[in-house]
Design a binder for this molecule. Structure first.
Ligand SMILES: Cc1cc2nc3c(=O)[nH]c(=O)nc-3n(C[C@H](O)[C@H](O)[C@H](O)COP(=O)(O)OP(=O)(O)OC[C@H]3O[C@@H](n4cnc5c(N)ncnc54)[C@H](O)[C@@H]3O)c2cc1C
Length: 402
């Protein structure tokens, strides 16, 4: 029987462990340096759309959307449900041209969408007030997951499927033999495995550098807020509000507690370098001015937001690769290892399919999607070194919203 080790207890690592356990191909141990959900996954907005900008991205998200429906059924008894409210990607006249050019791709791949003008959007969602020249690209299959429901539910399901989840179990390095990864080194000693999956997000650069591989990834502080209670649920979908510089969705803390969740980038903030494996996101903070800025930007779009104040804040990291696309695959120089990282601000959305692809690669199966364009080997060593050497601000990285 094969032994699999997954490093990292976020949405990506948990989904990988879940898929491996479902395959019944061997024993699965997930090692998390702190508590499950300690990283960005429990801080995310949880918005998902399939309307991305590359063929691989759209094909992968098509699978993610299907898997979210299946997870919704499988995890219902653990308190999780996918919120299929749809996802509206909003554009103004100037930003629309770039997205409009992608419609033939969606048509070719058979991914359904609707293009809506402001009047149509107002008619469909009574609480939405887009400006007259704004255009909506609606993904009816999209929606959101509440991270505080999804992450613990998936962890419980993994345990019930036989995954051994060890918390407070930091992996300090990889164990190699004859050039092949054969396990991991922890404070408690070496754990042997036939395949290791590395899903440590913002810690990837430092962790992989220790193992002799340099991956061109930059991380940035990112934050989101949940409002005070609304008298009734807001009639809006999940919205990637590009002209307003943020995103907004309904939020629920229970079946009768309706709120709004919003977030946005801090464009001029410099990258956050995670240089130590002991780094924890609890030490991050967001500028206080951002709350008022989000309220000012988003209230004209959803006037109900004006009846609320921000009650809670979550601050974490989002990570971008040199070309903006995820890094998912095997490293030629480290056989036995599979890496999944740099899912930009869409790692929560990617997590079901990323978990599936990582599990397939670890189990030496053919991946469901051709992920050549996500390969860690696509970067030239000198390009990676140059990218890692410079310091960038968020605006210099790719703009990728969910
Ligand atoms: C505020 C905010 C809002 C976001 N909104 C969205 C959204 O709406 N939609 C969306 O799709 N995405 C969103 N994202 C992005 C998303 O949260 C991330 O892309 C995703 O959670 C990454 O998942 P992960 O499992 O790779 O990382 P993480 O959840 O960060 O998990 C990595 C885990 O690895 C552990 N770890 C690290 N090093 C080691 C080690 N050496 N040994 C053992 N364990 C280790 C960490 O403790 C951590 O728990 C948002 C992010 C933020 C911060």
């Amino acid at each position: 029987m094969s032994r699999f080790i997954v490093i990292g207890g976020g949405a990506i690592g948990l989904n990988a462990a879940y898929q491996l356990a479902r395959k019944k191909v061997g024993s699965v141990t997930l090692l998390e340096k702190g508590q499950v959900g300690d990283g960005s996954s429990s801080r995310a907005g949880g918005i998902i759309t399939g309307l991305l900008w590359s063929e691989t991205g759209v094909l992968a998200r098509t699978i993610s959307l299907r898997l979210y429906q299946e997870l919704s059924a499988d995890l219902e008894r653990y308190g999780y449900q996918f919120q299929d409210v749809g996802c509206l990607n909003l554009f103004d006249a100037s930003s629309w041209a770039e997205r409009e050019a992608l419609l033939p791709l969606y048509d070719r791949l058979g991914f359904g969408y609707e293009v809506l003008d402001a009047e149509q959007m107002r008619g469909r969602w009574p609480d939405l007030r887009p400006e007259a020249d704004q255009i909506g690209l609606h993904d009816a299959l999209g929606g959101y997951s509440e991270p505080h429901e999804f992450v613990p539910a998936l962890a419980r399901r993994c345990r019930d499927l036989g995954v051994e989840i060890r918390e407070n179990a930091r992996v300090n390095g990889l164990e190699t033999r004859n050039g092949r990864v054969v396990g991991v080194q922890t404070d408690l000693g070496t754990l042997e495995a036939d395949a290791v999956i590395c899903a440590v997000h913002a810690w990837t650069v430092t962790f992989m550098a220790q193992c002799g591989a340099r991956l061109p990834i930059k991380s940035f502080v990112h934050q989101r807020y949940v409002s005070s209670k609304l008298p009734e649920a807001a009639a809006i979908p999940a919205i990637n509000a590009n002209p307003q510089g943020g995103y907004l969705r309904p939020a629920r803390l229970g079946t009768t507690d309706f709120r709004l969740l919003a977030g946005g980038e801090t464009e001029n903030r410099s990258e956050e370098r995670v240089e130590d494996l002991s780094f924890h996101m609890a030490g991050l903070s967001a500028p206080a001015s951002l709350r008022a800025q989000l309220t000012a930007n988003l209230t004209p779009l959803v006037p109900k937001l004006g009846q609320t104040r921000w009650e809670s804040e979550q601050v974490g990291l989002i990570s971008f690769s040199l070309d903006g696309e995820p890094i998912l695959g095997k490293l030629p120089q480290l056989p036995g290892l599979v890496v999944g990282a740099a899912f930009h601000s869409g790692g929560f959305a990617y997590s079901p399919v990323a978990g599936l692809l990582l599990a397939q690669l670890a189990a030496e199966e053919r991946p469901s999607v051709d992920i050549t364009s996500f390969s860690p080997a696509r970067f030239a060593a000198e390009d990676s070194a140059a990218y890692l050497a410079k310091t960038v601000v968020q605006a210099d990285a790719f703009r990728r919203r969910h």
